[in-house]
Write a new protein. Structure first.
Length: 155
């Protein structure tokens, strides 16, 4: 693959197949791509979903770091692969259902925007880690709430 081809591939992945180019709420658009990707994981046994979440998290750190260099801007709003990975983390502790996906979407967006402690500090990390770590943390918070609501029999 040529350097230009690699750069284009990085941009496609970083923007969530173009969702990050949305002029309105690119992070929300990227999270919607995460919902679609999660639906593709529906038939997977949990252990394969876990491996997928690990793989997409590692990939997102690399891609986000490369995309920052290509765009020449730290945590550029066009980079939404972090939202995609974060939503996968949020859905990991629960079954993939319509209700869980809707709640995960809302909870994840709340935590991603709010960035409760210590998530706001994660953005100070270098490179792709600084782009992705707060979203993975937001996914953990959202997933924990979903898990507790499921465990309590509310969902």
């Amino acid at each position: 693959m040529t350097a230009a081809g690699k750069d284009q591939f990085i941009k496609i992945l970083a923007t969530g197949f173009g969702a990050g180019l949305s002029p309105v709420a690119p992070g929300t658009a990227g999270t919607l791509v995460g919902v679609l990707i999660c639906l593709l994981c529906y038939p997977m046994p949990w252990v394969f979903r876990l491996l997928f979440v690990i793989a997409i998290s590692v990939l997102s750190i690399y891609v986000a770091g490369q995309a920052e260099t290509l765009y020449g801007k730290t945590d550029d709003q066009r980079i939404v692969i972090d939202e995609i990975a974060g939503l996968q983390v949020a859905m990991l502790p629960v079954a993939i259902t319509g209700l869980h996906l809707c709640l995960a979407f809302v909870l994840f967006r709340i935590f991603d925007i709010w960035k409760p402690f210590p998530l706001e500090h994660f953005q100070k990390f270098h490179g792709g880690w600084g782009v992705v770590a707060d979203d993975l943390g937001a996914g953990v918070y959202a997933g924990l709430i979903l898990f507790l609501l499921t465990l309590a029999g509310v969902l």
